[in-house]
Design a protein around this ligand. Structure first.
Ligand SMILES: C[S@@+](CC[C@H](N)C(=O)[O-])C[C@H]1O[C@@H](n2cnc3c(N)ncnc32)[C@H](O)[C@@H]1O
Length: 204
């Protein structure tokens, strides 16, 4: 009887990769922190003293990373439907579709300097369906961002690429001085995600 070989290398989530190992070692709850880290090194979106909104903040690595940069004079408010395992600052446990911009500004103590969104729906494997639901999430993220950002503020949002992504990107351009697409090294090869980096919010 021939011995069956165990299948390996098919599922990118099956075993911890170097970013997962490094995240744990550096005290972060998720490997996705390295996506924000690369964006920060390239665009300096976060600065000391900033008020930051982190949409889809669970389990908490982006908030913790942002906190290390903005320091004690800054402020972090996270939002998620799931409470984060590693909370930082104030957390509003609710859907972004139920959230009013005024609640964010009140929790922050003023307009935001930065809005982050790493939000993703529970994926189903249906690429088109996942794309459509993610575009709804990121569209809501940018509605909130435009309502709460101070002039000159920045936003970084995750987008699942697909047929509605181009129109979504174009719709953000008039509201910011610069809008860039970024695909950090830590994004898995099999993933359709990219990040939209929106710099210098224009006054409404
Ligand atoms: C990839 S995880 C974010 C990881 C996080 N940036 C970190 O580094 O720890 C995506 C998050 O989006 C959240 N999410 C999905 N739909 C949401 C909604 N309608 N409102 C708020 N959060 C949502 C999920 O619950 C999930 O925690």
């Amino acid at each position: 009887m021939s011995r069956r070989r165990r299948k390996t290398g098919k599922n990118p989530y099956a075993r911890p990769d170097r970013y997962t190992v490094l995240a744990k070692k550096e005290g972060f709850a998720a490997r996705s922190v390295f996506k924000l880290d690369e964006i920060q090194r390239r665009y300096r979106v976060l600065r000391q003293g900033d008020r930051v909104v982190d949409l889809g903040c669970s389990p908490g690595s982006w908030s913790r990373f942002a906190h290390r940069i903005v320091g004690g004079t800054g402020q972090i408010v996270g939002v998620d439907i799931e409470p984060p395992a590693d909370p930082v600052g104030e957390v509003l446990v609710e859907s972004v579709f139920d959230l009013e911009p005024e609640s964010l500004v009140e929790a922050l103590g003023g307009p935001a300097g930065v809005v982050l969104s790493d939000m993703a729906p529970r994926t189903t494997g249906n690429v088109l369906g996942d794309h459509v639901r993610q575009i709804e999430l990121v569209t809501r993220a940018m509605e909130l961002a435009r309502a709460v950002l101070r002039p000159g503020g920045n936003a970084v949002v995750k987008v699942f690429d697909g047929e509605d992504a181009h129109a979504f990107v174009q719709a953000q351009r008039p509201h910011f001085t610069k809008v860039k697409r970024a695909r950090p090294e830590a994004v898995r090869r099999s993933s359709r995600e990219f990040f939209l980096v929106c710099l210098g919010a224009k006054a409404p």
